[in-house]
Design a protein around this ligand. Structure first.
Ligand SMILES: NC(=O)c1ccc[n+]([C@@H]2O[C@H](COP(=O)([O-])OP(=O)(O)OC[C@H]3O[C@@H](n4cnc5c(N)ncnc54)[C@H](O)[C@@H]3O)[C@@H](O)[C@H]2O)c1
Length: 275
């Protein structure tokens, strides 16, 4: 991949005032994109964009509540007006509310779906409409890249994950529908499923019970991932290097999704021992 793989692209990352989203938007700016930092907490988006702009990159900050259709329309209209195009969308904004299934409150279930699934639907639809309306690049370039941030909790039945897991499983399936429908129009849609990543969200959600210890045990690499490791995967899916990758979920999870039975293996004899 060339160092300026995203030169000339306009990229919107939702929920990029902190955590994984901030790391993705920052890396996109470093690789030449105009990075639009957006968050429901505007001050966060502003601080993140300013930190990157200070290093000489092209950034801007936007208030965007992905769960509010009016806010989504206004944000995408503003991007179209200022830039005339949108090349990359990362649906990253998300919330995690965990509770036992029998006690899960309806309002929390509905809020999980509204932010994590409906929010990505609204932004994905607005982005796809903009991408379809703009001219494809010369020499057969793809028109756009959409990346949805899903979760291991949407792939397995984790404790307490009724709302969060259902929303992320829905988003993973929506990724495949979008990819199938939009592939012929030059738009790639893929997902990234992060494993446990050290962020404010995981610090809050994993604090309960033995969640942190369970993740460390169940992840073959036995550590939390870094936000930069998710950003690198997003860069690949946003760049031309992944033009033939479509409808795929890329797990960046230290092997969690691959693992089965795990227990300490007996130590191997030193090289040359025995006959
Ligand atoms: N951290 C992990 O271990 C982990 C694992 C798997 C998936 N994920 C997913 O990655 C994404 C980012 O997670 P994170 O750990 O960086 O979280 P985080 O809480 O640190 O950051 C999320 C950001 O999204 C913003 N946000 C929340 N609701 C929003 C809304 N309605 N509209 C716009 N912005 C909103 C928040 O203000 C915050 O700045 C989420 O979708 C999360 O589900 C995280």
């Amino acid at each position: 991949m060339t160092p300026m793989a995203l030169q000339g692209r306009v990229a919107l990352v939702t929920g990029s005032g902190q955590g994984i989203g901030q790391a993705i938007a920052t890396l996109f700016a470093e690789r030449g994109a105009t990075a639009v930092f957006s968050d429901v907490v505007h001050g966060r988006a502003q601080a993140a964009a300013e930190a990157t702009a200070g290093a000489g990159y092209k950034t801007e900050a936007l208030h965007l509540d992905v769960a509010n259709p009016g806010s989504v329309s206004a944000a995408f209209a503003g991007i179209a007006e200022r830039h005339g195009r949108l090349d990359i969308l990362v649906n990253n904004a998300g919330i995690g509310i965990n509770a036992p299934f029998v006690d899960f409150r309806l309002e929390d279930f509905e809020l999980s779906l509204k932010v994590n699934l409906t929010g990505a639907f609204l932004c994905g639809q607005a982005a796809a409409r903009q991408m379809l309306a703009q001219r494809a690049g010369s020499s057969g370039e793809r028109r756009g890249k959409i990346i949805n941030i899903v979760s291991l909790s949407g792939q397995r039945g984790g404790l307490g994950r009724a709302g969060y897991g259902a929303s992320k499983a829905g988003l993973e399936l929506l990724t495949r529908v979008m990819a199938t429908e939009l592939a012929g129009s030059g738009i790639n849609v893929n997902a990234i499923a992060p494993g446990p990543i050290a962020t404010e969200l995981s610090a809050a959600v994993h604090a309960a019970g033995g969640t942190r210890d369970a993740y460390l045990f169940l992840t073959p690499q036995h550590r939390y991932g870094e936000v930069s490791e998710i950003a690198q995967a997003a860069l690949f899916l946003a760049s031309a290097d992944s033009d033939y990758v479509n409808g795929h979920t890329l797990n960046v999870d230290g092997g969690f999704g691959a693992a089965g039975l795990m227990y300490p293996l007996p130590a191997r004899p030193p090289a040359g021992a025995g006959s």
